[in-house]
Unconditional design. Sequence first.
Length: 94
Amino acid sequence: MLRLVLVALGAAPTEPPQSALLSRTPMIMAHDAGSGYLPGDGLISRWTRTQSGGLDAQLECGARAFDARPLYRRGRLVWHHGAVAVKFPFAQAI
């Protein structure tokens, strides 16, 4: 199951008014969205991973905002969670 964070400032309206500010619109956000691309089941992966799937799986679960943490490493833009690099190309996820 994906772990998602509900960012809400009140009850979710069925249809937000046209003048609603994005900062006042409740939505589901995926924390450390790129961690779903961590391979394996070792200690570091289990400690670092906060998502069990990639962006597509998070979208299907209802996430509409993503905590994206890019890292430029060895000529490539990848994800990271703290000191742990997620060796999955940022562009491929998007």
